[in-house]
Design a protein around this ligand. Structure first.
Ligand SMILES: [Zn+2]
Length: 153
């Protein structure tokens, strides 16, 4: 029986540089994506605006176009805010503070950051926080209930 090399342990500690590169790539990719979308949307709005100068629309149609433009504008604004957040995240990455949990200081897992690039807590701390909040809510409800009982005397 030929001795095959044992499988290496699946968990390999990634060097700091690699994580930094990966996070940076993730953030800049998202940044580029959103910038393209925003530029595309601005072009669309401009094109529609240009069309409107030539066409004479019914009042009903005009207001529909206006509503559509408002929605587009709100979307662009939302994306601009996301871009600001990405810029902040990139600045924090340069400082070495991005991707670490605010509560315990541990590195936040990359899949979590991919799904939630602006997460400030690791999964454990976020869950603990949610549970604490839930307990507080239940206690607040119990507190007001017992207050009701006290008042009956
Ligand atoms: Zn944590």
């Amino acid at each position: 029986m030929a001795a095959k090399a044992k499988k290496k342990a699946a968990v390999i500690e990634a060097p700091i540089g690699e994580r930094y590169e990966e996070l940076k790539r993730m953030l800049t990719e998202r940044q580029r994506e959103i910038m393209n979308e925003v530029q595309g949307k601005i072009r669309d709005v401009r094109a529609e605006g240009a069309d409107k100068d030539h066409e004479v629309l019914d009042p009903g149609e005009t207001s529909e176009v206006d509503i559509q433009e408002d929605i587009e504008f709100a979307l662009i604004q939302m994306k601009a805010e996301t871009l600001n957040k990405i810029n902040e995240a990139l600045a924090r990455l340069e400082e070495g503070t991005y991707g670490n949990c605010f509560e315990c200081g541990e590195e936040i897992a990359q899949p979590r950051l991919r799904a939630l690039p602006f997460a400030v807590r690791c999964k454990d701390c976020e869950e603990a926080r949610e549970m604490a909040q839930q307990r507080e809510r239940i206690q607040a409800r119990r507190g007001s209930a017992s207050l009701g009982f006290d008042m009956r005397g």
